[in-house]
Design a protein around this ligand. Structure first.
Ligand SMILES: *[C@@H]1O[C@H](CO)[C@@H](O)[C@H](O)[C@H]1NC(C)=O
Ligand SMILES: *[C@@H]1O[C@H](CO)[C@@H](O)[C@H](O)[C@H]1NC(C)=O
Ligand SMILES: *[C@@H]1O[C@H](CO)[C@@H](O)[C@H](O)[C@H]1NC(C)=O
Ligand SMILES: *[C@@H]1O[C@H](CO)[C@@H](O)[C@H](O)[C@H]1NC(C)=O
Ligand SMILES: *[C@@H]1O[C@H](CO)[C@@H](O)[C@H](O)[C@H]1NC(C)=O
Length: 445
């Protein structure tokens, strides 16, 4: 009798296990299918979706391909297999020695672009939930997409193949914050697409309200966005701070009021929420010109008073002063925020030729890596950020020289719904170059 009982008990266990396995498989299958459902939703209310795009072309993308779990074969011209997790080659040992004598950190910015059939990491058609249509070149009339098929391979660092589950494992119960200009916002959108594979993710919660990131009356958009992935309690957020200065409107009612721009005071948002961040990624750069300052009515202040230092009237000096200030402040905060890792992303390069953004400048090349595929220099091409970080615990995310090689990957003429003849040689097509920045970032957290 006893034996019989125990057998049927086992039987129940076995069938429960089978049912669970079946459910799990079905869920997996549904999850893989889900992305094929293409709907316009959510955050896109703020943006204009170009209506000229034939709706058929939106369905044309093959979402099954990028998800394929094939072996990690990386292509460089003629097929070359590279084992990217190999750690014990003589070259690596040599470099480990060189490194320990110079610094503990590997130089992720030295290496090369390699053609890779497993890029892009998500679809420019599929990632509608997170990607602004204005940056999704697949939604424009752009015909060439060869720029999507590369990844950055640092020469001597271990960079595991990007894997969303690895990201979520690292970021369990953690928050990653991007603070910076629109290029920072591109990096944020890129990361959202990378970790979801570009697939619809209805489970993700909008938690902007926790950070006061709500659209003000009359505003085009909120100052930022925050999203939480409930499975691992991971939050990814972006806050717009183009100058990394604290901004203080002189009037709270007048929409055309002048704004005090405190060069020596980090943004209030950063000071207020720093204790909630585990990873912070900063950037600034393209707003340090008179055009942007005037357009925003920003008035430089130092020590709480209008700036009188002639040296800082040169905006290059003002930027340098601000970057040094924010870095010094954050470095001083690390003692009381031991779990925080701060990265400063270097300047994202522009590629206007024959003029600037407002004078007919363009970037029409469609040939990837026309200027070469390798970065061999040791130092950064962004001396301001490199100089400010030196001697601090803030890490550099050095993408300047890397991105300099990718002139063909900007929005180019496929901007402003294709009706303007001015080019955007500042922002990048997504998927694209900011994905590579994030791969390097994730490898370092
Ligand atoms: C998508 O890819 C799969 C497998 O690679 C292939 O069988 C299918 O024909 C492709 N569909 C389109 C629309 O290209
Ligand atoms: C989520 O993570 C935060 C830390 O980032 C923690 O304070 C909170 O308790 C976590 N929530 C849950 C439900 O585990
Ligand atoms: C803003 O500052 C400028 C000088 O920089 C001044 O001429 C103007 O009157 C100010 N506007 C307001 C609304 O205070
Ligand atoms: C930036 O400011 C720092 C600190 O004041 C100074 O040492 C450095 O030379 C400046 N760099 C540039 C490029 O002006
Ligand atoms: C576009 O360029 C043409 C000539 O190349 C010029 O006549 C026209 O004004 C331009 N349009 C805009 C919107 O700048």
């Amino acid at each position: 009798m006893k034996g019989g009982n125990s057998y049927s008990f086992k039987g129940v266990h076995l069938s429960l296990a089978l049912v669970a396995l079946f459910l799990f498989t079905t869920l997996l299958w549904l999850w893989e299918k889900n992305p094929m459902v293409i709907t316009l939703q959510s955050a896109q209310d703020w943006y204009y979706l170009p209506s000229e795009v034939p709706i058929d072309s939106i369905k044309a993308i093959n979402l099954t391909k990028s998800k394929a779990k094939s072996s990690p074969i990386i292509e460089t011209g003629p097929k070359v297999k590279i084992d990217i997790v190999k750690v014990d080659s003589p070259k690596r040992q040599y470099n480990a020695e060189v490194r320990s004598s110079r610094s503990e950190v590997c130089n992720f910015a030295k290496g090369r672009w390699i053609a890779n059939k497993r890029r892009p990491l998500y679809s420019g058609f599929g990632c509608k939930q997170w990607l602004s249509p204005m940056w999704s070149c697949r939604l424009t009339r752009r015909p060439d997409f060869s720029f999507e098929g590369y990844h950055w391979q640092p020469e001597n660092c271990d960079v595991p193949e990007f894997d969303p589950s690895g990201f979520f494992r690292k970021m369990q119960d953690k928050t990653i914050a991007f603070i910076g200009d629109s290029l920072g916002r591109q990096q944020f959108q890129s990361l959202m697409c990378m970790v979801t594979g570009g697939y619809e993710s209805p489970e993700v919660e909008n938690v902007g309200w926790e950070y006061g990131l709500v659209k003000a009356r009359g505003a085009i958009r909120p100052d930022g966005w925050a999203y939480r992935f409930p499975q691992t309690n991971t939050t990814i957020l972006y806050y717009w701070s183009a100058s990394l200065c604290d901004l203080e409107p002189l009037s709270t009612t007048d929409p055309l009021t002048n704004v005090s721009m405190h060069l020596d005071r980090p943004p209030a948002f950063m000071r207020k929420f720093l204790h909630r961040f585990d990873v912070l990624v900063l950037n600034t750069g393209h707003h340090w010109n008179m055009g942007k300052l005037n357009a925003n009515r920003w008035k430089m202040h130092v020590d709480g008073k209008p700036n009188e230092d002639k040296h800082l009237l040169d905006l290059g000096n003002a930027k340098n002063f601000t970057v040094y200030n924010v870095v010094r402040w954050l470095d001083s905060q690390l003692v009381s925020h031991p779990r925080l890792k701060v990265f400063f992303r270097t300047l994202s390069p522009r590629h206007f030729v024959n003029g600037d953004w407002n004078s007919g400048g363009s970037c029409d090349s469609t040939v990837p890596l026309r200027r070469g595929s390798e970065v061999v220099q040791e130092g950064s091409s962004d001396p301001t950020v490199e100089g400010a970080l030196s001697g601090t615990k803030i890490k550099i995310l050095d993408i300047t020289a890397i991105s300099q090689l990718r002139e063909e990957a900007h929005m180019s003429r496929y901007t402003d719904r294709g009706v303007s003849n001015s080019s955007d040689c500042l922002h990048w097509c997504l998927p694209g170059i900011p994905d590579a920045w994030n791969e390097l970032l994730v490898a370092q957290i």
